[in-house]
Design a binder for this molecule. Sequence first.
Ligand SMILES: [Zn+2]
Length: 222
Amino acid sequence: MTTSMPAGHRAASPRATSSRRLAWLDDGWLGGCRRSHSPNFDARPLGVAIDSLVIHFISLPAGRFSGDAISRLFENRLDRDPDPALVSLAGLRVSSHFLIRRRGELLQFVSCDDRAWHAGASRLLERQACNDFSIGVELEGDEYHRFTEPQYRRLSALVAVLRQRYPLRHVAGHSDIAPGRKIDPGPFFDWPRFLAAPGVAGLSRPGPDEACNHAGSAAISR
Ligand SMILES: [Zn+2]
């Protein structure tokens, strides 16, 4: 893929990046993955425990699993894209803490200590505004394709390391916390497999009556 590293940094290959061991560096950033700074974040509310994980899917353009458009969306760099559909997204100010690409490559866009803008209007266990207390993970995918083995492996490894630093208790799909408005991670995300994976056991997923109602959905699931 096209690198989203700052100029002057040499990007590792996806295979090499995926095989690195994840470890906390400082201020909520992980070592062992590619770092790419999104300006779309702000401070979390004081005193709020980061206890939830939100799983999403994203593909840009919808259904295409290549290129660097996702990174450019999170970095506000779609304004000059030759694809009019992508240029139309240039005004969005969105982000996620992490993206896991089809081959398992992990990218981080926002410090986990900060609030990324991934969930939008949402509710989890009677709490509104899930961005306040959650970490957002985007899986490159859509509602028509199975997620890949490397993505599941990378996701469970990520959750395990997140739990070293944050008191994660809950995991939800975007569709769980914004039902009717969002469909991701969609029918091809294998929840039983994920919840049984090493490092994930013990997290609870809320029931369908614990979320809120909105309308609409898109492959860019915000
Ligand atoms: Zn989403």
